[in-house]
Design a protein around this ligand. Structure first.
Ligand SMILES: Cc1ncc(COP(=O)(O)O)c(C=O)c1O
Length: 422
């Protein structure tokens, strides 16, 4: 049975009546629970737990996590600036970016204590020219990757993320040229990683720490697999953390160096803390040898993961009359004029269709798409077909509803367009 634990029919209709659909519905209790789990990550010599804000950057989520003790991993200078604008101290932010910023705010934030992981040899040169004599972290590609799909695998020879592990000597040369102190080694091998592969990456990462005497911390990135569907497993942080801790202890026994652990999950912290609440706005059928389709007033405008990765999300029909209904198989589509806007692709295969068994649906019913907290609001095809960005609502601990973001207006969609005389 597919369920969304924090969203029952009564709550779904209450939210729709108050804020309209589609909208994102976050659950504060679940957010606090996952944050506490990450903060309890086993470690031998100290832990810095960061939230990879790319997963869902709403200021309220940043502030909630920050108030609980999580620091921030930013993936661009824009994310770092956004975190600061949300009230996060620069010294709580670590930047690991694919695009080294050509932006004055980089200097300001580093001066205020933001740390940076150079993610390529070129980035290390750029950093050295600006910040000679300062601390720097190095993101390495440890030669191994693992992701929930090939597109979320960011390690190994097919990935451009990080300095290739065989180039440690080049890193040392550049660091020496600019008097940089390599204070941290960073690796992140993918999203939705296999825990076994992740553990192998730990020992490869410690090999890199071994080569940098000055490094006192190892950041192992994020990537902890989360089960959104009932048949998908969620990583046991305590279990992999304990195995990892043994490796840090063995490293200390061998080298006399007690290395601090950093982790920076995104998905684990938010994936199952949010659902998209939509309306069934139309239905159609292509006959006996075809399919029955549910058409939502949502889709890739709120969640691009099924279209991009063939990602699977739990789905629930909330009948408008509250009646119990028989089960039926459906293909669920989004509202975009785009044949790829499908919410029920085959697992890992965005090009195929995989009918989903749901309660029999009627136009006007509500529809929940679970597991929508990570890389949905932050990574959707927003404004395609000029659909407005959807509001984000939070169910508070006392059941009250708070608006974290309002629905976008047409004026906001077109705010930056200029008139050039036509
Ligand atoms: C450097 C880095 N750290 C952390 C993360 C978070 O990954 P996840 O959401 O899979 O935990 C990512 C994701 O792309 C990343 O690139």
């Amino acid at each position: 049975m597919q369920t969304i634990p924090f969203l029952d029919s009564e709550t779904a209709f209450r939210i729709r009546d108050a804020f309209g659909a589609p909208c994102y519905v976050y659950d504060e209790a679940t957010l606090r629970d996952t944050a506490n789990q990450v903060l309890a990550f086993p470690n031998a010599y100290g832990l810095t737990a960061r939230y990879a804000m790319k997963a869902c950057p709403n200021a309220n989520i940043l502030r909630l996590f920050s108030s609980m003790g999580l620091k921030i991993d930013a993936s661009s200078i824009h994310e770092a600036n956004r975190a600061v604008a949300a009230g996060i101290p620069a010294s709580d932010i670590s930047l690991s970016t694919q695009e080294f910023p050509d932006d004055a705010s980089l200097v300001a934030l580093v001066e205020q204590g933001m740390s940076v992981n150079a993610c390529s040899l070129y980035q290390l040169e750029c950093y050295g020219k600006l910040f000679s004599g300062k601390n720097v972290g190095i993101r390495f590609n440890p030669g191994l990757g693992s992701g929930g799909t090939q597109r979320t695998n960011v390690g190994g020879p097919a990935s451009s993320f990080g300095v290739w592990y065989k180039e440690a000597d080049r890193v040392k040369e550049i660091a020496e040229k600019y008097g940089l102190n390599v204070f941290r080694i960073h690796t992140h091998i993918g999203s939705g990683s296999d825990p076994e592969v992740w553990l192998k990456a730990v020992s490869l990462s410690l090999d890199l720490v071994r080569q940098f005497e000055s490094a006192g911390a190892l950041n192992l990135g994020g990537g902890y697999k989360v089960g959104r569907m009932e048949d998908e497993a969620t990583t046991d942080l305590q279990k992999i953390g304990e195995s990892m801790k043994v490796e840090f202890e063995a490293f200390a026994a061998e080298t006399g160096r007690q290395i601090r652990l950093e982790v920076e999950p995104g998905t684990y912290l938010v994936a199952n803390t949010c659902a998209i609440l939509a309306t069934i706005q139309d239905m159609t059928s292509t006959g006996e040898s075809g399919y029955d389709f549910i058409k939502l007033d949502s889709g890739m405008t709120e969640n691009a993961r099924p279209s991009m990765y063939g990602a699977q999300h739990p789905m629930v029909v909330f009948p408008q009359d509250g009646e119990a209904r028989a089960k039926k198989e459906y293909i669920v589509t989004g509202h975009c004029c785009e044949s790829g806007d499908i919410l029920t692709p085959g697992p890992g295969d965005p090009e195929s269709l995989s009918p989903r068994t749901l309660s029999e649906a009627k136009i006007g019913d509500l529809f929940g798409v679970g597991g929508a907290g990570a890389y949905c609001s932050s990574m959707s095809a927003k404004n395609y077909n000029s659909f407005p960005e959807s509001p984000e609502i939070m169910i508070r601990l006392d059941g009250q509803l708070s608006v974290m973001r309002k629905r976008q207006s047409l004026e906001q969609i077109t705010a930056n367009e200029a008139t050039i005389g036509f």
